[in-house]
Design a protein. Sequence first.
Lengths: 259, 155
Amino acid sequence: MDNKAPATDNPVDYIQHHLQPLAVGDGFWRINIDTMFFSILLAGLVMIIAYRVGRTVTSGAPTGMQNVLESLIDFVNSLVKEAFPKPNKIVGPIGLTIFVWVLLMNAMDLIPVDLLPKLADMMGIHYLKVVPTTDPHTTFAMSLCIFLLCIYYNVKIKGFGGYMKSFMVHPFGIYLAPVNFILTLVEELAKPLSLALRLFGNMFTGELVFLLIALLPWYIIPIPGSLWAIFHILVITLQAFIFMVLTIMYISMASEESH
Amino acid sequence: MNVTATLFGQMITFIVFVWFIKAYLWEPLTQAMESRTKKISEGLAAAEQGQKKIEQATIEFSTRIDEAKTQASSIINDAESKSKNIVEEARVAAREEAQKIAKTSSQQLEQEVNAAREKLKSDVAALSLLCAEKIITKEVDKNMHDKIIDEVLNK
């Protein structure tokens, strides 16, 4: 892959090449190494910072990173307190983790689309998808965890019978039980699905637009490129925020006493 | 998208990440924040109390000062009147003393004058007797003449 020439000569190839993940294995054991690598790298980065801040935490005047993390925690906590009547120990950390992780993974989008793949290409790795959230595996992994947690809370708060009953009576009352069951099932399944697909779709199209911009002649690229990048900063933050807020909302809905 | 190991790998990553954040960041930090909130509210309460104490102390201080001022002025008044009294007394005593001294001295003087007069009288009597004795030697009866002289002198 040389400079612009092959890209503009064969745009379909260029885009498909960029959307091809670096994967090993077949069938179930197919592992997208790039997705795993970048998501774990970012998670590890956050964990190291979190560990260092958590170890030297002070209840006196906070400084530096503790300030940043405290304001983040306060921000998440205010959302959690709005949604939850009773204190919940796990939702706060989940919300914070999702926000930080998704934000960082999305932010990988702002690195020029060709930079890291080209570096990898020089090192002999020919496929590389840099943004983990453009891989549906990542978004579905998070939304599935949240879905399982929702089921756990539903069963814990309402009891298994109560949870099943909410499937039967929810929108139209007990006399239309089969319809209710289907509707509620679709509603419940739509939650994790929409959660995952929203993030994936936004990031994937964002990446695609960056790739399309990269196909333009080099003297035009800066204008749409920078505009889209600036707009994308908003999208990145907004998507991370939406994912977090919806997570908190879903878990709070699941842990309500009755529908 | 197929269900692959990547999905489960990402799920495990996510769960570990959440657990780690909860254990090493969320809990210590929220605890620290709570204790700070407590500390700050305690500090504010203490500051308010201190303010109140200061106000009380100023009030007490001013009343004490007022008391002390009145006390001091009464003490000064007392002292002034006492000193006046003392001066007055001293003046009276001095005057009495002076009078007494004057009196005794005048008495003494009088006594001395009297004594001198007595002496002079007797001296004069003796002298005149002597003179008379010398002048009228034999014929004159001493006793008779004494009587006459006494009469004269007494007059």
